[in-house]
Structures are given as C-alpha cells and as structure tokens.
Design a protein around this ligand. Structure first.
Ligand code: ADP
Length: 219
C-alpha cells in the first residue's frame, strides 16, 4: 500500500512537532514555511522542505499541493494567512485539510470555509491537564463533542476489588466503561463481574456532567 503523503505548512512549535513525529513514524512529509531558517532546520528531518508563502496560490500549485492527501496548516499568529491558505487548499482540491485555530472566532471561520478538521491544541491540552489536576487518577481526557468526552481513569481506592456490576457506573453516573487496560493488554469487552485491580485503567465514555460526577465520587 502506498504511504499517505502529508504536507505541513508552518514549522513553529506545533507544526514542527507534527512534522517531526510523522517523519519519525516513517511517513513522507513535505515541510513548508516562509521562513528560510525554519525550512533549513527541517531539511534533514522531513522528506522535503521548501520555502514558500502559502497565501500565494501559484506557489502551492507549483509544488503540486493537490497531490497531497493530508495538509496540516499550522500557521500560528497570522490568522489571516491561515484562513487564506485554507481557502486556497480547499479550492485546489486537497482532500483533507487540518488547521490549527488560535481562538474560537478563528475556529468558526475555518469550519465555515470548509476546513476538514480544526484543532485547538492549547485549549484541548488545558482541558486535559485540568482534569489531571483535579485528580491524579484521571490520566487523559479526550473531547468528543462540546459536551461528551472519553476519560482514561486509574481505578481509585473506592473501586478496587469491586466488579463493574457492583459499581453499576452506567446506572449511577450515566457513563459507560468501554474498555479496561491492564498492563499492556486492553480488554474491549470487560466482564461485568471481574474484580477491578488497583493498577487497572478504565476507559469511560459519557456526557461531561456525568463524567464529572463519576470523577468526584469514585475516582
Ligand atoms: P506556534 O505557536 O505553533 O509555535 P508560530 O506562530 O510560532 O506557531 O509559527 C508559525 C510558523 O508559520 C512560523 O514558522 C511562520 O514562519 C510560518 N508562517 C506564517 N505565515 C506563513 C505563510 N503565509 N506561509 C508559510 N509559512 C508561514
């Protein structure tokens, strides 16, 4: 199978990190920035690196941007350039365009002009960390929509030795345990009567309000 080809526009902290990670995973990545120093920094990391202003449609056409399956727009401060770049990429027929939003207003516009995925790394990371601060047992928190999430929860003292039937998390808190991680194993169809161990990690899905009640009472 041919490997998916990526292009990353904007090699700041966010775009740079995506570019590094994709390259380390052996994916072909074209690194793009208008700043020569940034591009030089990525010459030996990405499969190709080019200096280019992504608000210039002709330059993007020249490098055949529409042949890339997934383009990530990681232009930070310059919201105008980020919006214009997104419009051009969609006009040129790029299949999947992921854009980093600076704020909610930026996000709204990006969704309107056809960005396929809008990410908000600072806000999302802030949420994840906040949940981890509330309880050290909340290992991770992933937003599914404005009001639904998945939480990765280390089994708390109140849960050790009890089974899912006894805890009845669904009836008591309205959340569902979709999997249990035990060491490296992930059990996606956990037995309702298995006793939970202190080092188990539950993957729980639910509405944010319900997850919050669950975190407060059981974790
Ligand atoms: P971060 O917050 O992720 O560090 P930055 O704002 O520092 O983001 O970095 C964004 C990068 O995007 C910079 O390296 C900048 O040179 C690049 N950039 C900004 N505008 C354009 C553009 N029109 N075309 C290409 N690259 C751009």
């Amino acid at each position: 199978m041919k490997k998916k080809e990526f292009a990353v526009i904007g090699l700041g902290r966010f775009g740079g990190s995506i570019c590094r990670e994709l390259s380390e995973e052996g994916m072909p990545v074209l690194a793009i920035d208008s700043d020569e120093d940034k591009v030089n920094e990525f010459k030996n990391i990405a499969s190709h690196a080019v200096i280019l202003d992504s608000t210039d449609e002709d330059s993007l056409k020249e490098i055949g941007i529409s042949n890339f399956e997934h383009v990530i727009v990681a232009i930070g401060e310059n919201i105008q350039a980020s919006i214009l770049t997104t419009v051009i990429l969609k006009d040129l027929g790029v299949k999947k365009v992921t854009v980093k939003a600076q704020n909610d207003y930026h996000e709204k516009i990006l969704n309107k002009i056809g960005a396929d995925q809008v990410v908000h790394p600072e806000r999302d990371m802030g949420k994840r960390l906040a949940h981890n601060f509330i309880s050290n047992n909340i290992l991770d928190y992933l937003e599914l929509s404005d009001d639904h999430s998945i939480a990765e929860v280390k089994v708390g003292k109140k849960m050790v030795g009890k089974s899912l039937v006894e805890l009845d998390i669904r009836a008591n808190y309205g959340c569902n345990v979709v999997a249990i991680k035990r060491g490296k194993e992930i059990n996606v169809s956990p037995q309702a009567d298995d006793a939970l161990r202190g080092d188990d990690v539950l993957i729980v899905i639910g509405a944010d309000i319900d997850l919050s009640r669950f975190e407060k009472h059981l974790v």
